[in-house]
Design a protein around this ligand. Structure first.
Ligand SMILES: CC(=O)SCCNC(=O)CCNC(=O)[C@H](O)C(C)(C)COP(=O)(O)OP(=O)(O)OC[C@H]1O[C@@H](n2cnc3c(N)ncnc32)[C@H](O)[C@@H]1OP(=O)(O)O
Ligand SMILES: O=C([O-])CC(=O)C(=O)O
Length: 381
């Protein structure tokens, strides 16, 4: 994007608490120069290029980058926590194949909270690591059981990374180095994003001194919506509905004329670009070449051009994730659960931060109801 084409600064005010400071965090900055993203001071481009997801999770949760020994033992620790409790498997087997996988994540997390309840905040790191290790097992166990009729053993996967583990469970074979690298980068991009809706949910829940599984379960429910994490699935449905870039342009123009919301575009905070988009777009292009795709990537690029030309709306993190995940053979309905597998690191880092300096979050409302109402007995209404 040329500087001359930049939008004016985003208006931060009005409904939705936009632009209001609702607390403090040392975890990330979003859109400080209109577009940047940092985790604990590290630029997202650097992290996505040089780090692995477990390293980023460690950074968020422990407050500093791990050295080689710390990273290696952290990855070994997470790898050793992948075994699903039998009672959780039983619950997952009851969930219908038609269920939304985000509902499966929500139920899986909630059930885990019954089986391995956080009894005291001293246990928080143990419970958080278990969720990081187990959420890929939860979604893959349910998906393979309900769709393929297979009972997988998540603990048997030898993949060292969470990205490799997920792809191995899903496809029953070790992923290519490229697929594992792209998914790992994607997990880094999605890990943390300041006071977004789902993280704020987790912090509100934490502020009542509730348990860690309740905080994450609430956050999963909030991420599920198409205005938030659910947009990557909606973006896939959009690009898949077109056969050519020209058809995409025509379709988008019609949607804009109808004032439809185009999923995967726009952002509540960034004013001229989402820095995660350039990164996942590069990976999507590479995967498209690798797969010999001549359709979905070009269609996605045309959508991006049309939306900027017509509305000065840019792709957010979700838009090119759709084609990237698709090229890796990931079913569309599992896109948002991958977001959960990643964002659980940011959510729980925020819960820890909230607990460390807590006051219950309880804002006020402007009352818009009647001044006073006259009581009428039930029989007379
Ligand atoms: C990882 C993530 O969660 S990223 C966000 C994922 N969500 C999506 O992609 C859903 C589509 N996008 C949207 O709905 C919005 O852009 C949101 C929810 C992300 C941000 O909402 P807001 O902060 O209210 O948007 P904003 O103030 O920039 O909207 C300005 C105008 O652009 C319009 N607009 C914003 N995004 C879009 C879009 N994707 N398609 C069409 N119009 C849009 C708004 O309707 C609004 O128009 P109006 O002034 O006539 O009412
Ligand atoms: O910050 C937001 O409002 C939404 C977002 O991009 C995210 O949570 O990654």
């Amino acid at each position: 994007m040329k500087m001359a084409e930049k939008k004016t600064e985003k208006k931060l005010g009005g409904a939705g608490l936009r632009g209001q400071v609702a607390g403090q965090t040392a975890l990330s900055t979003v859109g400080q120069a209109g577009h940047g993203l940092t985790y604990r001071g590290f630029d997202i481009e650097t992290l996505a290029e040089k780090a692995c997801f477990e390293e980023v999770a460690y950074l968020l949760l422990r407050g500093h980058l791990p050295n080689r020994t710390q990273l290696s033992s952290y990855r070994t620790r997470l790898k050793g926590m992948r075994k699903l409790p039998e009672a959780l498997k039983t619950v997952l087997e009851q969930i219908p194949a038609e269920s939304h996988p985000m509902d499966v994540m929500r139920t899986g997390c909630s059930m885990l909270g019954n089986l391995e309840t956080e009894q005291s905040f001293d246990e928080q790191d143990e419970r958080i690591d278990r969720m990081l290790a187990l959420l890929p097992s939860i979604i893959c166990y349910w998906y393979r059981f309900s769709h393929d009729g297979i009972r997988i053993d998540p603990a048997a996967s030898s993949a060292d990374s969470i990205a490799g583990h997920f792809l191995t469970l899903l496809h029953d074979k070790a992923p290519s180095a490229l697929f594992e690298r792209v998914l790992d980068a994607s997990l880094i991009l999605y890990a943390e994003h300041e006071f977004n809706a789902s993280t704020f949910t987790a912090r509100v829940c934490a502020s009542t001194l509730s348990d860690i599984h309740s905080c994450v379960t609430g956050a999963i429910g909030t991420l599920r919506g198409p205005l938030h994490g659910g947009a990557n699935e909606a973006a896939m449905e959009l690009i898949e509905s077109f056969q050519t870039p020209d058809q995409a342009e025509e379709g988008l123009m019609q949607m804009l004329a109808r004032k439809d919301k185009i999923m995967g575009f726009g952002h509540a905070v960034y004013s001229d670009c989402d820095p995660r988009n350039a990164i996942i777009k590069r990976w999507s292009e590479k995967l498209a070449k690798d797969a010999g795709d001549e359709r979905l990537y070009d269609i996605s690029v045309r959508c991006e051009e049309v939306m900027w030309r017509e509305k000065k709306l840019f792709c957010n993190a979700d838009f090119f994730h759709a084609s990237a995940y698709h090229f890796m053979g990931i079913p569309t309905k599992l896109f948002t659960p991958i977001f959960v597998m990643s964002r659980v690191s940011g959510w729980t880092a925020h819960v820890k931060e909230q607990r460390a300096n807590n006051r219950i979050i309880r804002p006020s409302a402007d009352y818009t109801g009647p001044e006073s109402a006259e009581w009428v007995d039930l029989d007379n209404r």
